[in-house]
Design a protein around this ligand. Structure first.
Ligand code: GTP
Ligand code: MG
Length: 196
């Protein structure tokens, strides 16, 4: 259960992030997939993380402290064509250095739009995360935008696609920041990771 949630810092460099002495859970995925909205849904604070209908809103590594014991981290998205070249050039090292060096990263949630067929950019990113040995789970977002049957079919297709290259598939969850679907499941997942 989340009793308190507060913004801590925004950084471009993982070395300047808060001390790595508490478990942390980060959210990544394509721009506009709903990372910031999911953080707000999980914490029950609509304006904690900044969201926008326009992709490219989150540009920095944002730490939020939860129950004064662990962190949620909002990251900038990938794959947005309209981001400037300089922004794009910065995204790579900023995010990949954070992901590969942050010792207290307990799990990276990779968000996938539940309405789309498997996208190469997501598969490639997920494969890279797997190669780096970063603990990961997948979250299929925006489930309110279509029937649960369609969402389940998307997840099944994603699993089949991943099975081409993956032996043990990561955990997968379905969420909606609108309806709150998946809130308990994600929070229980986080709790289990911390208990282990
Ligand atoms: P960047 O920071 O740009 O990478 O995007 P983001 O992944 O943080 O997305 P954000 O949370 O800002 O949401 C993008 C848009 O999608 C906003 O207009 C949200 O209101 C909308 N959105 C996010 N999650 C959901 C959801 O579960 N359901 C619906 N219907 N809309 C959502
Ligand atoms: Mg965002």
């Amino acid at each position: 259960m989340i009793k308190s949630a507060a913004f801590v810092t925004s950084n471009t460099d993982y070395k300047k992030c808060p001390p790595a002495n508490k478990p942390e859970f980060a959210f990544i995925g394509r721009s506009n997939v709903g990372k910031s909205s999911l953080i707000n849904m999980l914490t029950g604070q609509k304006k904690l993380a900044k969201t926008s209908a326009r992709p490219g809103k989150t540009q920095l590594i944002n730490h939020f402290i939860i129950n004064e014991k662990w962190y949620l981290v909002d990251l900038p998205g990938y794959g947005w064509a309209k981001v400037s070249k300089t922004q794009k050039a910065k995204w790579g090292p900023m995010v990949s250095d954070y992901l590969t060096h942050r010792e207290n990263l307990a799990c990276l949630f990779v968000l996938i739009d539940s309405r789309l067929e498997p996208q190469n950019i997501d598969i490639e990113f997920i494969n890279w995360v797997g190669e780096q040995g970063i603990p990961m789970a997948l979250i299929f977002t925006k489930a309110d935008k279509q029937t649960m049957n369609k969402t389940m079919a998307s997840v099944a297709l994603f699993k089949r696609t991943m099975k081409n290259t993956w032996e043990d598939l990561p955990d997968m969850m379905i969420t909606s920041a609108e309806s709150g679907v998946g809130k308990e499941e994600v929070l229980n997942f986080i709790q289990e990771v911390m208990d282990n």
